[in-house]
Design a protein around this ligand. Structure first.
Ligand code: SF4
Ligand code: MG
Length: 333
């Protein structure tokens, strides 16, 4: 397949006062061109940090310590290793925000409170695309129209606070799409929105993806969202990938006990549209105190004493494109 991104044995660590946290601990997966890959896991699984690592924008205190992120902007040409680029260097700045763009949970944080939407978009466009101010303005208006902002020419003059939550997220999507990126990283972009708005935003992302042959890396804890939008799924637990497969396989033939537990805990809708977070037995262990053997063993209903608490599982191919890291698959001893 035509892979836009190959994440290969990525380790992203944080060095804090309390000790070393292996937030991303040997993660490998790929993002094919024109597909949506959902990274799903509970908080603390390392899913957001994986996304930030691909942007070469790891939060303060952390850095990628090893591994590769091969980015192939043009099919058939040699890849660029994002890990090898200086996060603040010229090459990375030409990629981030233009070829690889981010939308996150809190649109307010992504937008300036003191500049109009139009000026923010024009600035990004002129930074990355070779356009004069007038052309950049036309391009910005066109992009606002694409994401379904009514009266885009007028709304260029508005500030972030003058939009509703859903419209503000559309503005963020427009900003992210300004330079027509190849990869959109969406980190829980609908979590703060009500259910109807969430569905509209997911529809919009699906449409944009098809129209622009975008690749999307969608980070979420919500399996309902995964079932709506994913082509491929990467399930993470404690900094490791525990299962990958296409969306039908993950939902209908999950192989890893953690994936099964997540599926059994899919939240039910409550009156008033609020949602419970999925819960499964036991707490996520502190990342400072990772269990020996399989990281999931203290919570796993299938754990085998003397095995799962000693031996770290390796990825096992269950069927084509379906891989799980559990000692009960493949060779069990
Ligand atoms: Fe459960 Fe053991 Fe498989 Fe880990 S290796 S998921 S503890 S059965
Ligand atoms: Mg997160």
């Amino acid at each position: 397949p035509d892979l836009l991104i190959e994440v290969d044995n990525l380790h992203t660590h944080f060095f804090g006062n309390a000790g070393l946290v292996r937030a991303v601990d040997g993660v490998s997966f790929s993002i094919p061109r024109g597909r949506t890959v959902c990274v799903v896991g509970e908080s603390g699984s390392g899913k957001s940090i994986t996304g930030r690592s691909i942007l070469n924008q790891v939060p303060r205190g952390g850095r990628v310590v090893s591994g590769a992120i091969r980015y192939r902007p043009d099919a058939g040409k040699p890849p660029v290793d994002i890990v090898a680029l200086d996060p603040r260097g010229k090459e990375m700045r030409a990629i981030r925000g233009a070829q690889i763009a981010l939308i996150s949970q809190e649109p307010m944080a992504a937008l300036s409170p003191v500049h109009t939407i139009g000026n923010q978009m024009i600035e990004v466009i002129r930074l990355h695309l070779n356009m004069g101010r007038r052309e950049a303005k036309e391009h910005a208006i066109e992009t606002l129209a694409l994401v379904g902002i009514p009266r885009p020419t007028e709304r260029m003059e508005s500030y972030a606070f003058q939009f509703s939550g859903g419209m503000r997220q559309r503005v963020c999507i427009a900003l992210a799409l300004s330079c027509r990126p190849k990869l959109l990283i969406a980190d829980e972009p609908t979590t703060a929105l009500d259910v109807t708005t969430q569905a509209n935003i997911l529809d919009l992302l699906s449409t944009l993806q098809a129209d622009f042959n975008l690749s999307v890396l969608f980070v979420t804890h919500d399996l309902g969202v995964v079932s709506e939008i994913a082509d491929d799924v990467v399930v993470m637990y404690l900094g490791k990938v525990v299962e990958t497969g296409d969306v039908d396989t993950i939902f209908h033939a999950p192989a890893h006990p953690y994936t099964r537990a997540l599926l059994q805990s899919v939240p039910r809708m409550h009156a008033g549209g609020t949602k419970r977070l999925p819960t499964i037995e036991g707490m996520v262990p502190s990342p400072l105190d990772r269990p020996q053997g399989c990281g999931f063993h203290p919570r796993c209903a299938k754990a085998v004493a003397g095995l799962c608490d000693r031996k770290a599982p390796e990825p096992v191919t269950i069927s084509k494109g379906h891989v799980a890291s559990c000692l009960l698959h493949g060779e069990t001893r």
